[in-house]
Structures are given as C-alpha cells and as structure tokens.
Ligand binder design. Structure first.
Ligand code: AMP
Length: 301
C-alpha cells in the first residue's frame, strides 16, 4: 500500500493506472467497520482502491467539533493496509489550500437540498462537503466513488452535483453498518463513553424502527406517524441529555419532504447527546437489522 501526502505524488501514481479501474472512498479518518464496508465494496467493483483521509475544515461550522474530531492516523493506515487499499491520500490543509480558504471557489449545492435537515443546523456544511469532494474527484479521477447511505443527505447532494456538473464518476451507495444493538457506526460514537450515553444514542435507531412499525401497521400521515413514534420512544425522565434535532421523512428520489408515507420514503433523524451530534436514517420499507454486527475491526497488534 502506498501513502502519499502531496498532490503531485498522487497524480504521478494515478498516471500509472491508466488501464486500471479505480474506486475511491473519501473519509475523514477515525476509521471503523462502516468505512471498511465501503472499502470492501470498492474492492469488489474496481482493480485499484484509493482512500482519502482528510478532516475537512470547510465543512465544520465555527462552533463545531473540528479540533476535537478524532484523528487516529497509525490505526487508520494499518486498517487500510489490512483491508487491501492500494493508495491512501493523506494531505494536510496546507497542501490542499496553500492560500487559505478566504478566496477559494466554492461549490454551492442547490437550496432545495440544503435548506432542510442537517443543512438547517449546519449552515455552509454541504458547501464545504461538495467543494472538497469535487476537488478530491479532480485529483483522484476515480471511475467509482463509494459513499455511505448513513449520510443520506450528503449522498443525495453528491449525486446531484455529479449529474449537474457532468463529473465522469459513478457514485456507488453503500448500506449503513450498525453495532449489534442498532446504533449506526460513526467516528463520533467513541465520544459516548458511558452506558447512559450509549442507551441514549440507541434512541435514534429506535425512533426509526418505531416509524417503520407504525407504517407497517397502516399509518400513512407523516406528521401523525412521526409524532406518535416520538411519544412512544422518547421519555425525558429517562433520557435527560437526549435532544432531538429532527425526525423527518423525505421522498428517497427527490429528497423532498413528504406529507404521506410510502415505501420509498426515507426517515431521517438527528440528535445531540450532550456535545455529541449523531444522525441516522433508513428507507421506511427496509428493516433495520439488529444483532447482526458488521465485521469487527481487527488489528494485527
Ligand atoms: P466520514 O469519515 O464520517 O466523513 O465518512 C466517510 C464515508 O463513510 C461517508 O461516505 C460516510 O457516509 C461513510 N460512513 C460513515 N459511517 C458509516 C456507516 N456506519 N456505515 C456505512 N458508511 C458509513
């Protein structure tokens, strides 16, 4: 496995791979089994796999956890090596933005996708995401790029960007990897140290499952269904630190809110447990699998 930190090294290796097919997995590091499932998907569709590891300052707001975001370089590189990655691009901000961010060109995704859900509490977040992802696409020039459904709004925005700007890459969605109890894997889960935090983190997937259950029982009106799901799952006296940011339903293709639930509705949730912000989502008609852990991380030593 090669590890490069500069654009010029990346480009010279990429030049050697003219006849290969390349699948790309952009990440912010602190790799977990969810990332590894994307890497495995990438390996199954291409002859070379490139992973980028870069905590992108552009996508963090001024009061967000950019500085506190976990950085685990040695472990990440070891996991990439063990999972058959061919090339890791590990740039720093000086390399990607030598002039700083003040006057750079931004990619602004369309408002109908950003003025809802995570876009409301994280203004500028998706502009930061789209800008770095386009830049990485231009550097890696992959045939495929694998993105997790875990970040469904991000995935929808990237798919839109690729279509609107005719970027020659195929976006490959990958399913959400979960812990045995349903909690979606996330680099931020390591900031949920206590059992109580962990119980509260489970409320996200429990809310999604409650909506699915009500839908199966025949409820269709979005407002009523989401309200009832919240009543059933959230008990303030039991979960004092849990702050729901949103529980919402969109059409999976248009990513626009729906008043009536249908099989192609996607249910999305975001919440804070203390300082930790978590998100999750599912198609309403696709069961969330409990007790089926993704392959655990194995480290040689
Ligand atoms: P991040 O490092 O959080 O920026 O995520 C990098 C990629 O991994 C994104 O495409 C995420 O959607 C994806 N990802 C993060 N968590 C999971 C998960 N639990 N299951 C599947 N993909 C994930």
């Amino acid at each position: 496995m090669k590890v490069v930190e500069t654009i010029s090294d990346l480009r010279s290796i990429r030049k050697f791979w003219q006849t290969e097919s390349v699948a790309f997995v952009p990440t912010m590091g602190a790799l977990h089994s969810g990332h590894l499932s994307l890497i495995n998907r990438a390996k199954s569709i291409a002859t070379k796999v490139v992973v980028s590891i870069y905590v992108n300052p552009l996508q963090f707001g001024p009061h967000e956890d950019f500085t506190a975001y976990p950085r685990t370089k040695e472990q990440d590189l070891q996991l990439c090596e063990e999972n058959g990655v061919d090339l890791v691009f590990y740039p720093d901000t000086q390399e990607l933005h030598p002039e700083g961010f003040g006057a750079i060109t931004h990619v602004i995704p369309p408002p109908h996708l950003t003025n809802q859900l995570c876009g409301l509490s994280r203004p500028g977040h998706f502009t930061g995401v789209a800008t770095i992802v386009l830049k990485l696409f231009n550097l890696v020039t992959p045939d495929y790029a694998v993105f997790g459904e875990k970040d469904a709004q991000q995935l929808a925005i990237i798919q839109h960007m690729v279509q609107d700007l005719d970027i020659p890459v195929i976006i490959v969605p990958a399913p959400t990897a979960r812990e045995f109890d349903g909690l979606a894997m996330s680099s931020r889960n390591r900031y949920l140290p206590s059992d109580c935090d962990r119980q509260q983190a489970r409320l996200l997937s429990r809310l999604l499952m409650a909506v699915q259950e009500l839908y199966r029982q025949g409820m269709e009106t979005t407002d009523e269904t989401l309200t009832l799901a919240k009543e059933r799952v959230l008990d303030e006296s039991l979960y004092p630190d849990f702050q729901l940011e949103y529980l919402a339903a969109v059409n999976d293709k248009t990513f626009q809110p729906v008043a009536i639930l249908e099989d192609d509705s996607r249910i999305l949730v975001a919440a804070r447990i203390g300082n930790v912000r978590l998100i999750d989502n599912t198609l309403i008609s696709e069961p969330i699998r409990l007790g089926a852990p993704a392959p655990q991380l194995t480290l040689a030593n």
